[in-house]
Design a protein around this ligand. Structure first.
Ligand code: MUC
Ligand code: MG
Length: 367
């Protein structure tokens, strides 16, 4: 079974509640839907979020690299030869999410061709993922109201607080208000998206020491090596690498050089193939991981759930799987349901990301 075509379809869906964070903001899901079609008509699907402030990709660059560079080299390849596809795409540097989407779409094809859910092919560890919700910049009282609403409506009790603001007291106060309002059982962690210096992050850790935070993600720029290493050595809670470890090599480097002792794994940027390698690396080195969020649509979220539930190591912690709730609409044909704080893995052949064709026609921006 061979790859016949690879499409990259730009589309745009507004957010009802835009998300603001230290490295940027998202008002619209101006993403790219990647579709791999085989010579016998199977269609594999994946979603691609452009994040110029994280990986340098734009909607146009993703369409260009998929259609002009990857497709001509991949068409005609046997769909089961994933490692060959990886090698072809690796010849082009960067373009993390474009590569990830092609890989996930290929897995979707493979699952459908074999009549098996991809989560089973990857590992089949469990059938659902616990959900963590990501809270963007807002005044502390509003954050607490939102978190309480998410707990009551969806049963979510793990929250990632976007931080990295100045003065740092804003985020210290937000964390304190959340902890006091949600009680000691709620899981709370911070993600500063490189907004602080190492010294500022150290000060935040000192001032939030009594709040029982789970971990601190990407507090500062990991390229400021000594500051980051000092932070990791001195912190009582793990320091997580997200955008500083977007691929296998950089994940290895950050762990080995003391830049992080916890890893975010994101299928949107690593696909399933490279994400699985990162999980194996982390597990072997005794480093915990969690499934992160690339401000994913429901199509992207299903991919994260399918991957996260496949492995013991990724399903231990809550995954960031709920920010699609802030969108006005989505392309996914079967909407994702969050109940009792969990999302169940779709038990259908493939990834389970079939799209609603009418919605795609409505939201695509290339026609
Ligand atoms: C995160 O964890 O940093 C921010 C931008 C994006 O695409 O994902 C995030 C969340
Ligand atoms: Mg992050």
């Amino acid at each position: 079974m061979k790859i016949a075509t690879i499409e990259a379809i730009p589309y745009s869906i507004p957010y009802v509640h835009p998300l603001h964070f230290a490295s940027g903001a998202v008002h619209e899901a101006d993403h790219v839907l990647v579709r791999v079609t085989t010579d016998d008509g199977i269609v594999g699907t994946a979603d691609t979020p452009p994040r110029p402030y994280t990986y340098g990709e734009t909607q146009k660059s993703i369409v260009a690299v998929v259609q002009d560079i990857f497709a001509p080299q991949l068409v005609g390849l046997d769909v089961f030869d994933r490692e060959k596809a990886q090698t072809v795409m690796a010849r082009t540097v960067h373009n993390e999410t474009a590569k990830g989407a092609v890989d996930i779409a290929l897995w979707d094809v493979i699952g459908q061709a074999l009549g098996r859910p991809v989560t089973k092919l990857l590992g089949g560890f469990t059938d659902s993922m616990r959900v963590s919700h990501m809270l963007g910049f807002k005044p502390a009282a509003e954050l607490l109201d939102l978190a309480v609403q998410f707990r009551e409506t969806y049963g979510i009790s793990t929250f990632k607080l976007k931080t990295g603001r100045h003065p740092i007291g804003l985020d210290v106060e937000a964390a304190r208000v959340l902890r006091e309002g949600l009680g000691e059982d709620a899981e709370i962690y911070m993600d500063a998206n490189r907004g602080w210096s190492a010294n500022e992050a150290m000060e935040v850790l000192r001032r939030t020491n009594d709040l029982g935070l789970q971990f601190l993600e990407e507090p500062d720029d990991a390229r400021e090596v000594l500051g980051r290493r000092r932070l990791v050595e001195k912190s009582m809670i793990p320091i997580a690498a997200d955008e500083s470890a977007p691929n296998l090599g950089e994940a290895a480097r950050e762990i080995l050089t003391g830049g992080a002792n916890l890893l975010a794994v994101k299928t949107a940027r690593s696909g399933f193939t490279e994400a699985a390698k990162i999980v194996g690396l982390a597990e072997g080195m005794g480093v915990d991981v969690y499934v992160g969020n690339q401000i994913d649509t429901q199509v992207g979220t299903v991919a994260s759930v399918v991957f996260g539930a496949a492995f013991a190591h990724t399903s231990k912690r809550a995954g960031e799987l709920s920010n699609f709730l802030d969108m006005a609409d989505d392309l996914l044909a079967e909407p994702v349901v969050i109940a009792e704080g969990r999302i169940r893995v779709p038990q259908v052949p493939g990834v389970g990301t079939a799209v609603d064709e009418e919605k795609l026609t409505k939201y695509r921006t290339d026609r």
